[in-house]
Write a protein that binds this ligand. Sequence first.
Ligand code: NDP
Ligand code: GDP
Length: 376
Amino acid sequence: MRKALITGITGQDGSYLAEFLLEKGYEVHGIKRRASSFNTQRIDHIYQDPHVEGQNLILHYGDLADSSNLTRILQEVQPDEVYNLAAQSHVAVSFESPEYTADVVALGTLRLLEAIRLLGMERKVRFYQASTSELYGLVQETPQRETTPFYPRSPYAVAKLYSYWITVNYREAYGLYACNGILFNHESPRRGETFVTRKITRGLANIAQGLEPCLYLGNMNALRDWGHARDYVRVQWLMLQQEAPEDFVIATGRQCSVREFVRMSADALGVTLRFEGEGVDEVAVVEAVADVECAPGVRVGDVIVRVDPRYFRPTEVETLLGDPTKARERLGWEPEITLEQMCREMVEEDLKAARRNALLKAHGLELPLPLENNHG
Ligand code: NDP
Ligand code: GDP
């Protein structure tokens, strides 16, 4: 049985990758952080009781800030494949916590690679590094491909730039089978609540159910190449199954603005929006409501989206568009889920949660999660 070790298993990608590898028959080990409350919601459905025999999903406490812990886990697990997905992954937060972001994102990768080398596992282990389209930042070429020069625009992206190059360096210096997946934004109903797509689908679902009056966003003109996380974890595995290690751009090749994603999400709720004004004065007004059951909380003429400059970034990545030709030709990979399908899935899941919360509220009961989208 092949063994995989996933850092960041409790995150969006980690949870989908764990599911994918378990289906492939792997023994999956994951590193989770100690937190003061449960942080395993995304993997609770695949959790296995350690008291029952035949466990093939095993969690270890750990942190990318702790080299001795990483070394011990690697020694104990003896994995065939290591997927380094753990990160402080939020761009806006990285401006507030640049040093912590560098420690976990940049040095964390180094710690893991060094542990592999110190244990003499560099010829046994295959290593996947979660690189990012944020490396292109201020884009030098469109669409972006493997050869496009990098120009990172945030402490997060600068830290990921170090991780990218240290991964290349360990491949060249020590013969480690190590790959960078330069993944463009990918989303799902499991996306963190403060990334823009999830903030939109969750916020609009709450508004539709009368739980919130308005959604506040930052730069509505930003353009992203959004794919589905389920498609993107499949290719993480594919990269480690090749004869030789290489780096790949993973993207859909299609671009959409934040504003268009707002419109698409509202459409999925049966709410037609009209955008008025410009810059910080831009608002989205309800033009029509198709299904009162789905959106009892809104009326024609309501302003349900506004711009709040607090969500602007000191340096912004205005536009990203990837060229996934190499991945298609060399790995036979193509995304299977369209942006519309993904948006609809996210809206449906968030609407279910909003309906549950509306019911609780109607009965005077406490809501399980805060409704406010204050951060990110
Ligand atoms: P998430 O933010 O959903 O998950 C990040 C994971 O890292 C969580 O499990 C988190 O734990 C864990 N983590 C954070 N800090 C530490 C630490 N100090 N030690 C150990 N674990 C830690 O990210 P995604 O799943 O969306 O992304 C996976 C990876 O891919 C990340 O590295 C991200 O930067 C990168 N990436 C993501 C893209 C995207 O669009 N999703 C695009 C390109 C790259 P906890 O649950 O406890 O917070
Ligand atoms: P990123 O591409 O990794 O930064 O992913 P995000 O989902 O956080 O942001 C995508 C784009 O949406 C960026 O250009 C943001 O500036 C823009 N954006 C606009 N409004 C918001 C907002 O309220 N929250 C977040 N997170 N991003 C926003």
